[in-house]
Every structure is written in structure tokens, then in C-alpha cells.
Design a protein. Sequence first.
Length: 182
Amino acid sequence: MKQRLLFLGPPGAGKGTQAERLCAAHELMHLSTGDLLRAEVGAKTSLGQEAAAVMNRGELVSDELVLAIVENQLKNQSGGWLLDGFPRTLIQATALEPLLEELKQPIEAVVLLELNDAVLIERLISRGRSDDNESVIRNRLEVYREKTAPLIDHYRQQGLLQTVEAHGSIESIAISIEKSLC
Ligand code: B4P
């Protein structure tokens, strides 16, 4: 199976859920920028305080801040990895490329999890995190369309994109993801 992966998709598509399973099964490092940011928020660091306000509005945290976090994690990694929720903007994607070149660790596949808005909203409302109320969710979906969706064509042009329908049981989606990575 491919060893250096990236998960792309709207908020609530199940990136975190599927990334956790796949990484446990194949011993990949799970690098979730959302989880890393929430850890900073929980630890009440100055970085966390800055990030909390942005996340609770459904906006994206600054590219500089997220890039610094990712660079730090990847530099200490020698095995396979899965980037979950990063990159989220073309600026982040463009900055990632020279870093991976320097580390001689090119991306092998990008998995796009696709799901319609009605199911996304329903899933996020029942998840119930502090940034999961309906008006914030709608803002996150708009931010996704404007800033993150352009990455779909970016990775399609590089021949890396695999699209997986993220509707159905967690197990059946996990099987489709595994198939797309063989
Ligand atoms: P993330 O932590 O990445 O979370 P997400 O996109 O909202 O959710 P995900 O797709 O992982 O869905 P999940 O598995 O939880 O981002 C949060 C915030 O962090 C962003 O809004 C932004 O502010 C900031 N951020 C993160 N990365 C950034 C970056 N690179 N740049 C700037 N800012 C950044 O699934 C959702 C729910 O559905 C769960 O409750 C799950 O149990 C359920 N579920 C999953 N699969 C299911 C299924 N098949 N059936 C039914 N329910 C399912």
C-alpha cells in the first residue's frame, strides 16, 4: 500500500475517523492539523489562544502557523505518514512541496472524501464539538469551497487524486479507501 498520503474533503466527511483507522492498521504517522491545534488550545498556550478564536468562527488558522506545526512533525519522521486536514489552501500546498522535496518524501496519493452538505451538517451537529453549531458549520463549508476545493484540481493535475464516496458505514468507506491505495 502507498505510504505517504493526504486526505482531502469537506468538514465532517470523516477524514479524522478514517485516518485514525488507516494509520493504526498500517503504522503510519497520523498528522491531523485540527488535533494538533486543539491540543494547543487545550494547553492554553499563546498559539492555542490565537487559534481558538479563529476555529470557533469556522475560519482557517493562518498558513504560517499551520506550516510551522507540520514542518516540525515531518522533520522528525522516517516512516510513512498521512496528512489529515492539511494542506487546506493552495499556499499551504505550495509550501509543502519544497519541504517534501528536501526530505525526499513525495506524496504518493491524495484521497478525496466526497459527501453532500445535508449529511455533513447532520454529522457535525451530532459530533457536538465547540465549533459544531449550524452557523459556524455553514461558514466552514463556504471556506472549504473557496479555499480548499481548488486543491482538488491541483492534485488531479499531478495524477495523485483518488475520489472515494464517503457515504455509508465507517467500515465500508474504510474498505473503499484501502482499495484506492493499492
Ligand atoms: P478538523 O479537525 O480537520 O475537522 P473536520 O474537517 O471538521 O472533520 P473531519 O472531516 O475530520 O470529520 P470527522 O472524522 O471528525 O478541522 C477543524 C478546524 O481546525 C478547521 O475548521 C480549522 O479552523 C482548523 N484547521 C485544521 N487544519 C487547518 C489547516 N491546515 N489550516 C488552517 N486551519 C486548519 O467526522 C465528523 C463526524 O462524523 C464525527 O462525529 C464522526 O464520528 C462522524 N462520522 C464519520 N464517519 C461517519 C460515517 N461513515 N457515518 C456516520 N458518521 C460518521
